[in-house]
Structure formats: structure tokens, C-alpha cells
Design a binder for this molecule. Structure first.
Ligand SMILES: Nc1ncnc2c1ncn2[C@@H]1O[C@H](COP(=O)(O)OP(=O)(O)O)[C@@H](O)[C@H]1O
Ligand SMILES: Cc1cn([C@H]2C[C@H](O)[C@@H](COP(=O)(O)O)O2)c(=O)[nH]c1=O
Length: 235
């Protein structure tokens, strides 16, 4: 019996990689599927993994009727056993319902991948509907880490390395790399373009609540670090 499975986790925990791997494995065993995505970091109509692989995909827009798309293709003789749906946090609730209908009425397996919550810790509408409707919600085995080494549970948005809590729910972007490394890059780019650099950083709850990013922690550490030698008393 077909299933609707929601594979979820923070940003950068391997969801798109798993999506591409599952598609590969099913295809290798002769099953036919469709890939869908929505606002991937690498552009439209693509599923991209930070590890390198990417595959073309059908872009889901606000007006896409997923049920109608599957019916249309099947009517034209296309065989569809499963769907790989990436970035599902951006799908509308009604589109998740169309996916559930495809599982129940057309026996199509649906493997959905996405983050559950936004930079304000609120559920995205698509993810909320998936949590409500999925046969299973599976957290990814690979954990993204906070800069402190704990498991990251939250997706923080940063502007020039500083965590922000106001803004639009949707802003396509990427995670910063290492202790401030990319922040510096972002600052340089921002200075060149005059546009603030928007990024994301995965944090544990403690550091999300305290708004302590890798960048601010490194600044605080530098302020608190003792001088390497004693300054001699001047006469
Ligand atoms: N240069 C690299 N070497 C090894 N692993 C990497 C490298 N870059 C990224 N990764 C892995 O890829 C993961 C991100 O995979 P991706 O599928 O793009 O994540 P998601 O879709 O969940 O945002 C990282 O957690 C890391 O394990
Ligand atoms: C937290 C948060 C994220 N986004 C965007 C940023 C990325 O483009 C995607 C997540 O992609 P990933 O493959 O899981 O890294 O979502 C957003 O628009 N709003 C947010 O609050």
C-alpha cells in the first residue's frame, strides 16, 4: 500500500541528498517516478544537494495542481509509481492534500522532504499539513550541529552574521560555513553591492533563544579573551 512520508530536519541535514538517493534507488529497480521542487537554492526546476548531485525537477508554483498533473500524465500513458517532492515547506496546504489524495486514490508513494519550521520557529503551512496528514514523519538520521557542538534543532536567519527575528517567512538562502568564515564573505559582498547579506545558521535551542550565532559567539570570545602578555606599567 502506498504511503505519504515526510522526511524532515533542519537546513543542511541531507534532505535533498536523500531525495536524490531515493529517486536513484527506485529508478534503478525499474520504478517510475516524478521529481518536484519549489524554490531550490540552485534555481527553479531543480533538486540540488550541497554534496554535488542535482537533478531536474518539475517546479511547483502557487497555481500547480499536483493531482491534476498526475492524472494528466497517467491519462497519456505515463506510469507513475512514486513522487519525490523537495522543499515541501513552500507548498500550499492544498497541494499537500493533493499529494495525500494521490497516495490514497492512485496508490502512488509520495516521499516529501523539507524543513518543518521557519526562522521564527513557526511551522510552514506545507509542513504543518504534512505533519497532520502523513502516514509517517521521519527525522533525518544525520544531525546538523550548532556551533557549540550540540544537535541543531532550529534554523536561524542572519543578516551580516547577526540573527534576525523579523522578516518575511520565505527568503531563499543558504547556511553559513564555519565560524564566521562565510559571514566575512557575506559582508564583503554586501559592502560591494550595498545589499545586506542574508544567510541561515542551524542552532541548538539554547543558542537560538539567546540569539547567539557562531559570529556573535566568536566576537564575545574575542572580547573576553585575556591579553597574551602583561602590559608593563608605564612610569
Ligand atoms: N564538502 C562536503 N563534504 C562532505 N559532506 C558535505 C560537504 N558539503 C556538504 N556536505 C554534507 O551535505 C549535507 C547537506 O546536504 P543537503 O542535501 O544539501 O541538505 P538539506 O537538503 O537538508 O539542506 C551536510 O549536512 C553535509 O553532511
Ligand atoms: C528557515 C527558513 C528557510 N528558508 C529557506 C532557505 C532555503 O532556501 C530553504 C531551506 O532549504 P534547505 O535545502 O533545507 O537548506 O528554505 C526560508 O525561506 N525561510 C525560513 O524561515
Amino acid at each position: 500500500m502506498a504511503e505519504l512520508i515526510f522526511f524532515s530536519g533542519t537546513m543542511d541535514c541531507g534532505k535533498s541528498t536523500l531525495a536524490l538517493q531515493m529517486d536513484h534507488n527506485y529508478r534503478q529497480r525499474g520504478r517510475s517516478g516524478l521529481r518536484f521542487s519549489c524554490n531550490d537554492r540552485a534555481g527553479l526546476s531543480v533538486i540540488s544537494s550541497r554534496l554535488g548531485p542535482r537533478s531536474d525537477a518539475i517546479e511547483v508554483g502557487p497555481g500547480t495542481d499536483l493531482w491534476a498533473e498526475i492524472v494528466r500524465r497517467r491519462t497519456h500513458g505515463e506510469s507513475i509509481d512514486y513522487l519525490i517532492c523537495d522543499e515541501v515547506q513552500f507548498y500550499a496546504a492544498a497541494q499537500i492534500e493533493q499529494l495525500a489524495r494521490a497516495v490514497d486514490e492512485m496508490n502512488v508513494d509520495v516521499f516529501a522532504f523539507g524543513i518543518a519550521t521557519d526562522f521564527q520557529t513557526r511551522l510552514f503551512p506545507g509542513s504543518q499539513r504534512l505533519i497532520e496528514l502523513a502516514d509517517r514523519v521521519q527525522l533525518l538520521q544525520l544531525e546538523a550541529l550548532c556551533w557549540c557542538g550540540r544537535r541543531a534543532t532550529h534554523n536561524a536567519r542572519t543578516v551580516d552574521g547577526v540573527m534576525v527575528i523579523e522578516g518575511a517567512q520565505v527568503a531563499v538562502g543558504d547556511v553559513e560555513m564555519g565560524l564566521g568564515a562565510d559571514v566575512t564573505g557575506g559582508e564583503v559582498a554586501a559592502a560591494a553591492t550595498g545589499v545586506a547579506a542574508v544567510g541561515y545558521e542551524t542552532l541548538c535551542r539554547r543558542h537560538y533563544m539567546g540569539k547567539v550565532t557562531a559570529h556573535s559567539a566568536s566576537l564575545a570570545g574575542a572580547r573576553e579573551a585575556p591579553l597574551p602578555f602583561d602590559v608593563p606599567n608605564r612610569p
